[in-house]
Design a protein around this ligand. Structure first.
Ligand code: ADP
Length: 255
């Protein structure tokens, strides 16, 4: 990561869709260099919260800060430059481009101005392209995709496409990485690799915010968990404490 991992501060965020209060005054503090999971039943507001943090939705009220930066007044297209990367549940790859080119493009996410230098073939642009390619190669090797660099992205098996998406986000050296259900659709043997990967992303200096249904994975990778229910915060605690909380059991079982 560039510099140090960032603290994420979500304060009193509300968002309604018509009569539905998708988020009702939700506040969450995520410590720098930690893995924080958002869990809750369907419709509890998890996706809405990720969408607010990643500037895809404007909340009705509330504040979101990454260290001292007010993310809600940062233009959405400047978010990557502020150090935020998001991996979507469905891969958003360039399907016919190579694995390597997909990751290289991710490497420009924080340096939009200099893409022009590459296109115009300036010496600085070429040097920068070499640096981005070298870093992309490192990240691909680290995530076990080194042997697939020249493969066409959409020919990779699903689990590896998800890993590729992660490489693309990581090559931008984010200070905050947002993961939307990273375990969805992965085979059991891929889950332990994902668990290790999330741990090493955190250890590499990136704060991680994830939404995940797979509670065992959350219990293993998350430092802290926020439980939402019908747009309201139920509790923020360690996974063990949260899962032992009577209110959490009630939220999940609806009893
Ligand atoms: P989760 O991710 O926890 O399943 P969501 O954040 O997707 O929950 O949804 C929270 C609530 O907001 C749900 O009642 C959902 O139907 C509603 N909602 C989410 N997005 C929209 C939208 N774009 N338009 C209308 N209602 C929405």
């Amino acid at each position: 990561a560039s510099g140090s991992p960032a603290a994420l501060s979500i304060s009193e965020v509300s968002k309604s869709f018509g009569g539905v209060r998708a988020l009702d005054g939700v506040s969450v503090e995520v410590a720098p260099g930690s893995v924080h999971a958002i869990v809750g039943p369907n419709g509890s507001g998890k996706t809405t919260l990720l969408n607010v943090v990643s500037r895809m939705l404007v909340p009705d009220s509330g504040r979101v800060r990454l260290d001292e930066t007010d993310l809600l007044s940062t233009r959405a297209e400047r978010l990557a430059a502020s150090g935020v990367a998001r991996v979507f549940q469905t891969p958003k790859l360039l399907p016919e481009a190579s694995v390597s080119d997909n990751v290289v493009l991710g490497g420009y996410a924080r340096r939009t101005a200099s893409v022009l230098g590459v296109v115009l073939r300036t010496p600085g642009g070429r040097r920068e392209e070499r640096e981005v390619r070298a870093h992309a190669h490192e990240v691909l090797v680290e995530l076990g995709l080194g042997s697939s660099e020249s493969s066409q992205a959409d020919l990779l098996p699903h689990g590896r496409q998800r890993l590729l998406e992660m490489c693309r986000a990581l090559v931008a050296r984010p200070r905050l990485l947002i993961l939307d259900e990273p375990a969805a659709g992965l085979a059991p043997h891929e889950l332990s690799a994902l668990e290790q990967l999330i741990g090493s992303i955190r250890d590499g200096g990136t704060t991680v915010l994830l939404v995940e249904h797979h509670i065992e994975l959350v219990a293993r990778v998350a430092d802290t968990v926020t439980v939402l229910d019908r747009g309201r915060l139920v509790v923020t605690a360690t996974p063990d404490e949260a899962l032992a909380d009577r209110r959490v059991v009630e939220a999940y079982l609806g009893v």
